[in-house]
Design a protein around this ligand. Structure first.
Ligand code: FAD
Length: 398
């Protein structure tokens, strides 16, 4: 059986490897539009910050893939899909047949359609090419502006600051990581990153990027011009669905899949950030890998079912422990707060009907796993004191 996997991010690579192991007599081919071996996208922030080398990011050397039974081809972008003929056509015009196709095309970074957005020096933060371009510009020093103070924007900002740039973060909301943190934890975080030289302008909006042959500055809606020889746009992601949509597959925001990761065409599966399952997109690597396992099992004819669990997110900035999970809106849940100002530690737990539905940890994230389990289990919390102090404190006390 010819299994063709389009996209060699974490989801596509995992699915290809597992399909080669599980599907009898499978010929598995993994195609990547990027000119790189499969690498750990999550670790790009370490590369940017100088805490890892490119070689450290490679997850599957080509010889290892061959041993596992996967033919890997880099620099091959699929341009079209003919479902009736079961053939894909690459950008270079090559036709590749399949019996089963797996779409693992991931997401692209959203670029704001601002005047000047196409100027050299204006980058997204999504792949190895983006980080290489950032490192070239950072080597010249100067000012960088990061548009978007979400998780990735902050990782880009701290990485560029570690590389010696003067960094300003422009964020539309009043505190950074507003989707994962409450205002208080967000405030603690911006204060701490401010001590590392990162300036925050919030809430603020960018109206234009200025420069002649290269970006030179960022114009804000209050008229201010921020100098910048590098601008990183980190304002969200959008699933790559053009291939699926053009081929007539059911697509909403992502490629619509069932519990076994099957698309509206029984010969085509989709995994990772390009998918939409029960009306929801994913944006993290853990569910992408779980989906890949499920699709590989389904390809092997085994019963398989993906069950989403609540998301959790941690900021990967050394010396700054920040974690959040589940629902973090005080409007829909009761909040319990524990604050230690001297230790710069803060936690806020969100309860509904006596059950933990969300948590924000700042400064000490040792209990992340404990809270994640409680959120997933959905059982009624017996001791609020035990809940708020966390498992590591209770273990130490015992
Ligand atoms: C800097 C950074 C830090 C992150 N940190 C975290 C983190 O700490 N924790 C976390 O859980 N997640 C993190 N993420 C998100 C995580 O990387 C993604 O959730 C994950 O990569 C999704 O995997 P995927 O395989 O679905 O898609 P992707 O990793 O996007 O891979 C898709 C691949 O398909 C290729 N492709 C697309 N179209 C085609 C085509 N037509 N033909 C051939 N190839 C194609 C793309 O070029 C890409 O290589 C981070 C992301 C970034 C950018």
């Amino acid at each position: 059986m010819k299994v063709l996997v389009v996209g060699a991010g974490p989801a596509g690579t995992r699915c290809a490897v597992r399909a080669a192991q599980r599907v009898p007599r499978a010929e598995v081919t993994l195609l990547s539009a990027e000119l790189a071996l499969p690498y750990d996208r999550v670790a790009l922030s370490k590369l940017l910050a100088g805490e890892a080398e490119v070689a450290d990011l490679i997850t599957h050397p080509v010889a290892e893939l061959a041993t596992l039974g996967v033919t890997f081809r880099a620099g091959v972008a699929v341009a079209a899909l003919d479902r009736a003929a079961r053939v894909v056509t690459t950008q270079k015009g090559e036709c590749l047949p399949y019996d089963r196709l797996v779409l693992a095309t991931g997401s692209s970074a959203v670029r704001l359609p601002l005047p000047g957005a196409e100027l050299p020096g204006v980058l997204a933060y999504r792949d190895l090419g983006d980080v290489r371009a950032m490192l070239r510009l950072a080597a010249q020093g100067g000012h960088a502006v990061v548009i978007g103070g979400g998780l990735l924007g902050l990782e880009a900002a701290t990485g560029l600051a570690a590389r010696g740039m003067k960094v300003t973060v422009v964020h539309a909301m009043g505190w950074p990581m507003d989707r994962q943190l409450d205002p208080e934890a967000g405030g603690l975080l911006s204060t701490r990153l401010g001590r590392r030289g990162i300036r925050f302008i919030m809430p603020a909006a960018t109206v234009a990027l200025e420069g002649e042959r290269h970006v030179q500055g960022v114009r804000l809606d209050d008229g201010r011009l921020l100098p910048a020889s590098l601008v990183v746009m980190s304002v969200g992601i959008r699933p790559n669905v053009a291939l699926a949509r053009d081929a007539g597959l059911e697509v909403a925001r992502g490629v619509v899949v069932d519990d076994a990761m099957r698309s509206s065409d029984a010969a085509i599966y989709a995994v990772g950030e390009c998918t939409e399952h029960q009306g929801r997109l994913i944006g993290l690597v853990k569910p992408a890998l779980e989906q890949a396992e499920v699709a590989a099992a389904a390809l092997a004819g085994e019963a398989a079912c993906w069950q989403p669990v609540p998301d959790s997110a941690a900021l990967k900035v050394s010396g700054t422990a920040v974690w959040s999970a589940g629902e973090i809106s005080a409007e829909t849940a009761e909040a319990i707060i524990l604050r230690d100002e001297d230790a710069e530690e803060y936690r806020r737990l969100f309860l509904r009907d006596g059950r933990l539905v969300g948590a924000v940890l700042y400064g000490d994230t040792a209990d992340a796993g404990y809270y994640m389990r409680l959120i997933a289990e959905q059982r009624v919390v017996e001791s609020r004191a035990e809940l708020v102090l966390g498992s590591s404190f209770m273990d130490a006390a015992a």
